[in-house]
Design a protein around this ligand. Sequence first.
Ligand SMILES: *Cc1c(COP(=O)(O)O)cnc(C)c1O
Length: 421
Amino acid sequence: MLEEFFDFSPRLLELDKQAMELCRPYFEKVDAIRDYNQVKMLKAFTDQKVAATHLVGTTGYGYDDAGRDKLDALFAQVVGAEDALCRPHFLSGTHALAVALFGVLRAGDTLLAATGRPYDTLEGIIGIGDADKGCGTLAEFGVKYDEVPLLEGGVPDYEAIAKKAANAKVCHVQRSRGYSSRAAFDLETIGKVVQAAKSANPDVIVLVDNCYGTFTQTAEPVSVGADLIVGSLIKNAGGGIAPTGGYIAGRADLVEQCGHRLTAPGTGRELGCTLDSLRSLYLGLYYAPGVTAEAVKTSIYSSCLLELLGKNPIPRYTEPRNDIITSFEAGTGEALVGFCQGVQAGSPVDSYVAPEPYAMAGYTDQVIMAAGAFTLGSSIELSCDGPMRAPYTVYLQGGLNLAASRAGVLLAVQRAFGREL
Ligand SMILES: *Cc1c(COP(=O)(O)O)cnc(C)c1O
Protein backbone atom coordinates (compact mmCIF):
# COMPACT_ATOMS: atom_id res chain seq x y z
CA MET A 1 0.00 0.00 0.00
CA LEU A 2 2.77 2.45 1.01
CA GLU A 3 4.65 1.99 -2.25
CA GLU A 4 1.60 3.13 -4.22
CA PHE A 5 2.13 6.64 -2.88
CA PHE A 6 5.82 6.96 -1.95
CA ASP A 7 8.99 5.60 -3.47
CA PHE A 8 10.44 3.33 -0.77
CA SER A 9 13.20 0.79 -1.37
CA PRO A 10 12.12 -2.90 -1.28
CA ARG A 11 14.44 -3.53 1.67
CA LEU A 12 12.84 -0.73 3.69
CA LEU A 13 9.34 -2.03 2.89
CA GLU A 14 10.46 -5.44 4.13
CA LEU A 15 11.66 -3.93 7.43
CA ASP A 16 8.42 -1.97 7.75
CA LYS A 17 6.39 -5.15 7.37
CA GLN A 18 8.51 -6.90 9.96
CA ALA A 19 8.19 -3.98 12.39
CA MET A 20 4.39 -3.84 12.05
CA GLU A 21 4.21 -7.55 12.82
CA LEU A 22 6.51 -7.31 15.86
CA CYS A 23 4.60 -4.32 17.24
CA ARG A 24 1.14 -5.88 17.08
CA PRO A 25 0.95 -7.14 20.70
CA TYR A 26 2.26 -3.81 21.98
CA PHE A 27 -0.25 -1.88 19.87
CA GLU A 28 -3.01 -3.95 21.47
CA LYS A 29 -1.95 -2.76 24.92
CA VAL A 30 -2.08 0.84 23.71
CA ASP A 31 -5.55 0.26 22.25
CA ALA A 32 -6.78 -1.01 25.61
CA ILE A 33 -5.49 2.14 27.37
CA ARG A 34 -7.05 4.32 24.66
CA ASP A 35 -10.45 2.64 24.95
CA TYR A 36 -10.47 2.95 28.73
CA ASN A 37 -9.52 6.63 28.62
CA GLN A 38 -12.03 7.37 25.86
CA VAL A 39 -14.97 5.90 27.78
CA LYS A 40 -13.78 7.68 30.94
CA MET A 41 -13.77 10.88 28.85
CA LEU A 42 -17.29 10.28 27.54
CA LYS A 43 -18.54 9.59 31.07
CA ALA A 44 -17.03 12.86 32.29
CA PHE A 45 -18.71 14.81 29.46
CA THR A 46 -22.07 13.29 30.44
CA ASP A 47 -21.59 13.68 34.21
CA GLN A 48 -20.64 17.32 33.73
CA LYS A 49 -23.61 17.87 31.39
CA VAL A 50 -21.52 19.60 28.75
CA ALA A 51 -23.98 21.55 26.56
CA ALA A 52 -23.83 23.27 23.17
CA THR A 53 -23.86 26.63 24.95
CA HIS A 54 -20.59 25.74 26.71
CA LEU A 55 -18.81 25.58 23.36
CA VAL A 56 -19.36 29.32 22.80
CA GLY A 57 -16.91 31.74 24.42
CA THR A 58 -17.02 35.22 25.87
CA THR A 59 -15.25 38.54 25.20
CA GLY A 60 -13.85 41.28 27.44
CA TYR A 61 -13.22 40.33 31.06
CA GLY A 62 -14.87 36.97 30.56
CA TYR A 63 -17.00 37.17 33.72
CA ASP A 64 -19.48 34.29 34.04
CA ASP A 65 -17.85 32.33 31.22
CA ALA A 66 -19.78 29.11 31.82
CA GLY A 67 -17.96 27.19 29.09
CA ARG A 68 -14.56 28.05 30.59
CA ASP A 69 -15.58 27.02 34.09
CA LYS A 70 -17.23 23.83 32.80
CA LEU A 71 -14.04 22.88 30.95
CA ASP A 72 -12.07 23.30 34.20
CA ALA A 73 -14.51 20.95 35.99
CA LEU A 74 -14.55 18.45 33.12
CA PHE A 75 -10.77 18.30 33.01
CA ALA A 76 -10.56 17.82 36.77
CA GLN A 77 -12.90 14.82 36.59
CA VAL A 78 -11.00 13.23 33.69
CA VAL A 79 -7.63 13.37 35.45
CA GLY A 80 -9.10 12.46 38.84
CA ALA A 81 -8.30 15.80 40.48
CA GLU A 82 -10.31 17.96 42.91
CA ASP A 83 -10.04 20.97 40.64
CA ALA A 84 -8.33 22.22 37.49
CA LEU A 85 -7.54 25.18 35.27
CA CYS A 86 -7.69 24.00 31.65
CA ARG A 87 -7.49 27.13 29.59
CA PRO A 88 -6.38 28.86 26.41
CA HIS A 89 -4.66 31.50 28.56
CA PHE A 90 -1.66 29.28 29.19
CA LEU A 91 0.74 30.12 26.35
CA SER A 92 2.72 26.88 26.62
CA GLY A 93 3.68 24.10 28.97
CA THR A 94 6.49 26.29 30.29
CA HIS A 95 4.01 29.06 31.09
CA ALA A 96 1.67 26.66 32.90
CA LEU A 97 4.62 25.36 34.94
CA ALA A 98 5.67 28.94 35.76
CA VAL A 99 2.13 29.80 36.89
CA ALA A 100 2.02 26.71 39.10
CA LEU A 101 5.45 27.32 40.67
CA PHE A 102 4.94 31.06 41.25
CA GLY A 103 1.39 30.25 42.36
CA VAL A 104 2.38 28.14 45.35
CA LEU A 105 5.96 29.21 46.24
CA ARG A 106 6.73 32.22 48.46
CA ALA A 107 9.94 34.03 49.47
CA GLY A 108 12.10 31.84 51.69
CA ASP A 109 10.54 28.59 50.43
CA THR A 110 12.63 25.88 48.80
CA LEU A 111 11.86 24.19 45.50
CA LEU A 112 13.31 20.69 45.34
CA ALA A 113 13.82 19.09 41.93
CA ALA A 114 13.51 15.43 42.95
CA THR A 115 14.21 13.81 39.58
CA GLY A 116 17.34 15.67 38.53
CA ARG A 117 17.79 18.83 36.51
CA PRO A 118 14.37 19.87 35.12
CA TYR A 119 13.52 20.45 31.45
CA ASP A 120 15.62 23.22 29.82
CA THR A 121 12.97 25.95 29.84
CA LEU A 122 12.51 25.62 33.61
CA GLU A 123 16.01 26.96 34.20
CA GLY A 124 14.72 30.41 33.26
CA ILE A 125 11.79 30.12 35.68
CA ILE A 126 13.92 28.88 38.57
CA GLY A 127 16.95 31.07 37.91
CA ILE A 128 19.62 28.42 37.39
CA GLY A 129 21.94 27.49 34.52
CA ASP A 130 21.80 30.01 31.67
CA ALA A 131 18.77 31.88 33.07
CA ASP A 132 18.69 35.59 32.12
CA LYS A 133 19.41 37.93 34.99
CA GLY A 134 16.72 40.43 35.87
CA CYS A 135 13.75 38.69 34.26
CA GLY A 136 12.07 37.91 37.59
CA THR A 137 13.06 34.31 38.24
CA LEU A 138 11.98 32.44 41.37
CA ALA A 139 15.52 33.05 42.69
CA GLU A 140 15.06 36.81 42.37
CA PHE A 141 11.90 36.49 44.46
CA GLY A 142 13.83 34.70 47.20
CA VAL A 143 12.83 31.13 46.41
CA LYS A 144 15.67 28.70 47.06
CA TYR A 145 16.45 25.74 44.85
CA ASP A 146 17.81 22.29 45.57
CA GLU A 147 18.19 19.23 43.39
CA VAL A 148 18.47 15.45 43.80
CA PRO A 149 20.24 13.95 40.76
CA LEU A 150 18.98 10.63 39.41
CA LEU A 151 20.96 7.52 40.24
CA GLU A 152 22.67 5.33 37.67
CA GLY A 153 20.10 3.99 35.21
CA GLY A 154 17.78 6.98 35.64
CA VAL A 155 16.33 5.82 38.97
CA PRO A 156 15.18 8.38 41.60
CA ASP A 157 17.32 8.56 44.74
CA TYR A 158 14.52 8.01 47.28
CA GLU A 159 16.76 8.31 50.31
CA ALA A 160 18.19 11.66 49.24
CA ILE A 161 14.69 12.87 48.26
CA ALA A 162 13.39 12.07 51.76
CA LYS A 163 16.34 13.87 53.33
CA LYS A 164 15.97 17.03 51.25
CA ALA A 165 12.16 17.09 51.18
CA ALA A 166 12.18 17.81 54.91
CA ASN A 167 13.06 21.45 54.12
CA ALA A 168 11.17 21.83 50.84
CA LYS A 169 7.83 23.50 50.13
CA VAL A 170 7.48 22.04 46.64
CA CYS A 171 8.89 18.79 45.30
CA HIS A 172 9.13 18.83 41.49
CA VAL A 173 8.94 15.57 39.52
CA GLN A 174 9.35 15.36 35.75
CA ARG A 175 7.48 12.39 34.29
CA SER A 176 8.75 12.58 30.72
CA ARG A 177 12.41 12.23 29.86
CA GLY A 178 12.73 15.57 28.06
CA TYR A 179 16.16 15.76 26.42
CA SER A 180 17.71 13.08 28.60
CA SER A 181 18.39 9.44 27.85
CA ARG A 182 16.37 7.93 30.71
CA ALA A 183 12.97 6.29 30.31
CA ALA A 184 9.86 8.24 31.32
CA PHE A 185 8.67 7.44 34.86
CA ASP A 186 5.71 5.13 35.33
CA LEU A 187 3.06 5.93 37.93
CA GLU A 188 4.50 3.43 40.39
CA THR A 189 7.84 5.24 40.41
CA ILE A 190 6.13 8.63 40.79
CA GLY A 191 4.14 7.15 43.69
CA LYS A 192 7.38 6.05 45.36
CA VAL A 193 8.81 9.58 45.01
CA VAL A 194 5.62 10.94 46.59
CA GLN A 195 5.96 8.44 49.47
CA ALA A 196 9.62 9.30 50.04
CA ALA A 197 8.96 13.05 50.05
CA LYS A 198 5.81 12.93 52.19
CA SER A 199 7.19 10.47 54.73
CA ALA A 200 9.81 13.13 55.53
CA ASN A 201 7.47 16.10 55.16
CA PRO A 202 3.70 15.45 55.01
CA ASP A 203 3.09 19.09 53.97
CA VAL A 204 5.35 19.06 50.93
CA ILE A 205 3.54 19.86 47.68
CA VAL A 206 4.42 17.33 44.98
CA LEU A 207 4.17 18.94 41.55
CA VAL A 208 4.45 16.66 38.51
CA ASP A 209 5.45 18.04 35.11
CA ASN A 210 3.05 15.85 33.10
CA CYS A 211 4.02 17.23 29.65
CA TYR A 212 4.06 14.35 27.09
CA GLY A 213 2.75 11.97 29.76
CA THR A 214 -0.96 12.89 29.79
CA PHE A 215 -3.26 9.99 28.78
CA THR A 216 -0.39 7.57 28.07
CA GLN A 217 -1.72 5.40 30.93
CA THR A 218 -5.21 4.80 32.38
CA ALA A 219 -4.57 7.12 35.35
CA GLU A 220 -2.73 10.37 35.96
CA PRO A 221 -0.14 11.15 38.69
CA VAL A 222 -2.77 12.58 41.09
CA SER A 223 -3.87 8.94 41.54
CA VAL A 224 -0.52 8.17 43.20
CA GLY A 225 -0.50 11.22 45.45
CA ALA A 226 0.73 14.15 43.34
CA ASP A 227 -0.77 17.44 44.57
CA LEU A 228 -0.50 19.23 41.22
CA ILE A 229 -0.02 18.09 37.63
CA VAL A 230 0.82 20.45 34.79
CA GLY A 231 0.75 20.05 31.02
CA SER A 232 0.32 21.59 27.58
CA LEU A 233 -2.66 21.50 25.22
CA ILE A 234 -0.45 21.50 22.13
CA LYS A 235 0.90 18.19 23.34
CA ASN A 236 -1.19 15.14 24.37
CA ALA A 237 -4.08 16.84 26.19
CA GLY A 238 -5.20 18.98 23.24
CA GLY A 239 -5.70 16.03 20.91
CA GLY A 240 -4.00 17.87 18.03
CA ILE A 241 -7.04 20.13 17.82
CA ALA A 242 -6.59 22.71 20.61
CA PRO A 243 -4.73 25.64 18.97
CA THR A 244 -3.13 26.75 22.26
CA GLY A 245 -3.44 26.33 26.03
CA GLY A 246 -2.35 24.32 29.02
CA TYR A 247 -3.57 22.91 32.30
CA ILE A 248 -2.92 22.77 36.03
CA ALA A 249 -4.91 20.22 38.03
CA GLY A 250 -4.86 18.89 41.56
CA ARG A 251 -5.71 19.95 45.10
CA ALA A 252 -8.44 22.60 45.12
CA ASP A 253 -6.67 25.08 47.42
CA LEU A 254 -3.50 24.97 45.31
CA VAL A 255 -5.36 25.31 42.01
CA GLU A 256 -7.11 28.36 43.48
CA GLN A 257 -3.71 29.91 44.29
CA CYS A 258 -2.53 29.22 40.74
CA GLY A 259 -5.64 31.03 39.45
CA HIS A 260 -4.49 34.18 41.25
CA ARG A 261 -1.13 33.94 39.57
CA LEU A 262 -2.60 33.21 36.14
CA THR A 263 -4.58 36.46 36.15
CA ALA A 264 -3.88 38.86 39.04
CA PRO A 265 -3.73 38.37 42.80
CA GLY A 266 -7.21 39.04 44.13
CA THR A 267 -8.83 38.52 40.74
CA GLY A 268 -8.07 34.85 40.21
CA ARG A 269 -9.86 32.40 37.97
CA GLU A 270 -13.07 34.44 37.56
CA LEU A 271 -11.48 36.40 34.72
CA GLY A 272 -10.25 35.44 31.27
CA CYS A 273 -12.40 35.57 28.17
CA THR A 274 -12.23 32.58 25.85
CA LEU A 275 -13.18 34.21 22.50
CA ASP A 276 -13.67 31.43 19.92
CA SER A 277 -11.37 28.89 21.55
CA LEU A 278 -13.71 26.70 23.61
CA ARG A 279 -15.10 24.40 20.93
CA SER A 280 -11.57 23.41 19.85
CA LEU A 281 -10.50 22.83 23.45
CA TYR A 282 -13.50 20.58 24.18
CA LEU A 283 -13.17 18.72 20.90
CA GLY A 284 -9.41 18.35 21.35
CA LEU A 285 -9.80 17.02 24.88
CA TYR A 286 -12.43 14.56 23.68
CA TYR A 287 -10.04 13.30 20.97
CA ALA A 288 -6.96 13.35 23.22
CA PRO A 289 -7.04 9.68 24.35
CA GLY A 290 -7.18 8.48 20.72
CA VAL A 291 -4.59 10.90 19.41
CA THR A 292 -2.21 10.20 22.30
CA ALA A 293 -2.55 6.48 21.51
CA GLU A 294 -1.62 7.14 17.87
CA ALA A 295 1.47 9.06 19.00
CA VAL A 296 2.42 6.25 21.38
CA LYS A 297 2.00 3.71 18.57
CA THR A 298 4.16 5.88 16.32
CA SER A 299 6.80 5.84 19.04
CA ILE A 300 6.62 2.04 19.39
CA TYR A 301 6.74 1.52 15.63
CA SER A 302 9.70 3.90 15.21
CA SER A 303 11.63 2.17 18.00
CA CYS A 304 11.05 -1.19 16.38
CA LEU A 305 12.05 -0.06 12.89
CA LEU A 306 15.16 1.70 14.21
CA GLU A 307 16.11 -1.37 16.22
CA LEU A 308 15.85 -3.51 13.07
CA LEU A 309 18.23 -1.01 11.49
CA GLY A 310 20.66 -1.45 14.41
CA LYS A 311 20.19 2.05 15.83
CA ASN A 312 19.55 1.17 19.52
CA PRO A 313 16.61 3.53 20.14
CA ILE A 314 15.39 4.51 23.63
CA PRO A 315 12.98 3.17 24.76
CA ARG A 316 12.83 -0.25 23.05
CA TYR A 317 9.52 -1.13 21.35
CA THR A 318 8.89 -3.80 23.98
CA GLU A 319 9.05 -1.36 26.91
CA PRO A 320 5.97 0.30 28.44
CA ARG A 321 5.37 3.89 27.39
CA ASN A 322 4.83 6.80 29.78
CA ASP A 323 5.53 9.53 27.23
CA ILE A 324 5.54 9.82 23.43
CA ILE A 325 9.28 10.30 22.75
CA THR A 326 11.72 8.03 20.94
CA SER A 327 15.38 8.91 20.64
CA PHE A 328 18.37 7.37 18.89
CA GLU A 329 21.85 8.35 17.82
CA ALA A 330 21.98 9.23 14.14
CA GLY A 331 25.80 9.01 14.25
CA THR A 332 26.57 11.79 11.77
CA GLY A 333 25.35 15.33 11.17
CA GLU A 334 24.35 14.29 7.69
CA ALA A 335 22.10 11.51 9.01
CA LEU A 336 20.52 13.82 11.62
CA VAL A 337 19.75 16.46 8.98
CA GLY A 338 18.50 13.78 6.57
CA PHE A 339 16.20 12.27 9.19
CA CYS A 340 14.67 15.65 10.06
CA GLN A 341 14.26 16.53 6.38
CA GLY A 342 12.52 13.20 5.81
CA VAL A 343 10.07 13.79 8.68
CA GLN A 344 9.35 17.24 7.23
CA ALA A 345 8.80 15.73 3.77
CA GLY A 346 6.29 13.34 5.35
CA SER A 347 4.28 16.09 7.07
CA PRO A 348 0.88 17.37 5.94
CA VAL A 349 1.90 21.06 6.14
CA ASP A 350 5.09 22.59 4.65
CA SER A 351 6.22 19.22 3.32
CA TYR A 352 8.12 20.85 0.44
CA VAL A 353 10.53 22.85 2.60
CA ALA A 354 13.79 21.38 3.89
CA PRO A 355 14.77 22.32 7.46
CA GLU A 356 18.39 23.33 8.06
CA PRO A 357 20.40 23.56 11.32
CA TYR A 358 20.36 27.02 12.94
CA ALA A 359 21.55 28.83 16.06
CA MET A 360 18.66 29.03 18.54
CA ALA A 361 18.66 31.29 21.60
CA GLY A 362 19.67 29.41 24.73
CA TYR A 363 21.36 26.49 22.96
CA THR A 364 25.13 26.03 22.76
CA ASP A 365 25.14 24.11 19.47
CA GLN A 366 23.08 24.60 16.35
CA VAL A 367 19.79 22.69 16.35
CA ILE A 368 17.62 21.29 13.58
CA MET A 369 13.88 20.79 13.84
CA ALA A 370 11.20 19.29 11.63
CA ALA A 371 7.64 20.39 12.28
CA GLY A 372 5.18 20.33 9.41
CA ALA A 373 2.30 20.89 11.80
CA PHE A 374 -1.20 22.38 11.67
CA THR A 375 -0.47 24.09 15.00
CA LEU A 376 2.82 25.98 15.21
CA GLY A 377 5.26 24.18 17.49
CA SER A 378 2.82 21.37 18.20
CA SER A 379 4.67 18.22 19.20
CA ILE A 380 1.66 15.91 19.44
CA GLU A 381 1.98 16.12 15.64
CA LEU A 382 4.88 14.18 14.09
CA SER A 383 8.00 16.21 14.76
CA CYS A 384 11.67 15.74 15.53
CA ASP A 385 14.71 17.69 16.52
CA GLY A 386 18.29 17.35 17.68
CA PRO A 387 21.43 19.33 18.50
CA MET A 388 24.22 19.36 15.90
CA ARG A 389 26.83 17.66 18.04
CA ALA A 390 28.08 14.08 18.41
CA PRO A 391 26.48 11.58 18.74
CA TYR A 392 23.79 13.50 16.81
CA THR A 393 20.85 12.33 18.90
CA VAL A 394 17.43 12.57 17.28
CA TYR A 395 14.33 13.15 19.44
CA LEU A 396 11.22 12.02 17.61
CA GLN A 397 7.71 12.55 18.94
CA GLY A 398 4.05 12.82 18.07
CA GLY A 399 1.99 11.57 15.19
CA LEU A 400 -1.74 12.33 14.86
CA ASN A 401 -2.31 8.94 13.28
CA LEU A 402 -0.08 5.94 12.83
CA ALA A 403 -0.83 5.38 9.12
CA ALA A 404 0.56 8.76 8.07
CA SER A 405 3.26 8.93 10.75
CA ARG A 406 4.54 5.53 9.63
CA ALA A 407 5.02 6.92 6.12
CA GLY A 408 6.75 9.98 7.59
CA VAL A 409 9.13 7.87 9.65
CA LEU A 410 9.93 5.70 6.61
CA LEU A 411 10.73 8.80 4.56
CA ALA A 412 13.01 9.93 7.38
CA VAL A 413 14.81 6.60 7.58
CA GLN A 414 15.26 6.49 3.81
CA ARG A 415 16.76 10.01 3.73
CA ALA A 416 19.05 9.36 6.69
CA PHE A 417 20.15 5.78 6.07
CA GLY A 418 19.14 5.04 2.46
CA ARG A 419 22.68 4.05 1.54
CA GLU A 420 22.79 1.38 4.27
CA LEU A 421 19.58 -0.24 3.06
C1 LIG B 1 7.47 20.31 26.34
C2 LIG B 1 7.86 20.21 27.76
C3 LIG B 1 7.89 21.32 28.58
C4 LIG B 1 7.67 22.72 28.10
O1 LIG B 1 6.53 22.88 27.33
P1 LIG B 1 6.47 23.99 26.18
O2 LIG B 1 5.05 23.91 25.78
O3 LIG B 1 7.42 23.59 25.12
O4 LIG B 1 6.81 25.29 26.81
C5 LIG B 1 8.21 21.14 29.91
N1 LIG B 1 8.51 19.91 30.39
C6 LIG B 1 8.50 18.82 29.63
C7 LIG B 1 8.84 17.49 30.22
C8 LIG B 1 8.17 18.93 28.28
O5 LIG B 1 8.17 17.83 27.52
